[in-house]
Design a protein around this ligand. Structure first.
Ligand SMILES: [Zn+2]
Length: 133
């Protein structure tokens, strides 16, 4: 096999492997009084998205307000079930992480003027995503 073919084969396998292994860590969700505390720090690093963006999305989706505390935990007003928060995080991944063209999780988000743009490292696609109001 030619060196180049071999290299392409390796790269291809590597890419597929990454997609198969894409398995975001569980997010720790607990209720404290009238608030929901979400420890999404590891999750945020894993999916390569800023915690502030994830927090903003959750608050918008659950129509509540909140903040990120000094320990990097998202504190939201109101009591939300683990199931519901997890469901919203899955939607977040679909909308803001997984490439719409090729389904690769190897994407980046950047702000261009006032919009967010997703760039895929797998296939090179670039497309704008909805802004969280
Ligand atoms: Zn792609």
């Amino acid at each position: 096999m030619e060196y180049e073919d071999l290299l392409n084969k390796i790269l291809k396998e590597k890419k597929v492997g990454r997609s198969e292994r894409f398995n975001p860590p569980q997010v720790d969700i607990s209720i404290s009084g009238q608030k929901t505390v979400i420890n999404a720090d590891t999750f945020s690093k894993y999916i390569n998205r800023p915690l502030t963006h994830i927090a903003k999305y959750l608050m918008h989706e659950l129509t509540t307000s909140g903040q990120i505390d000094a320990n990097g935990k998202i504190i939201m007003g109101g009591k939300f079930s683990r199931h519901l928060v997890q469901e919203k995080l899955n939607s977040y991944i679909k909308e803001y992480v997984i490439c719409r063209q090729c389904g690769s999780p190897d994407t980046q988000i950047k702000k261009v003027e006032n919009n967010f743009v997703i760039t895929c490292l797998g296939c090179g696609a670039e497309y704008p995503v909805g802004k969280i109001k």
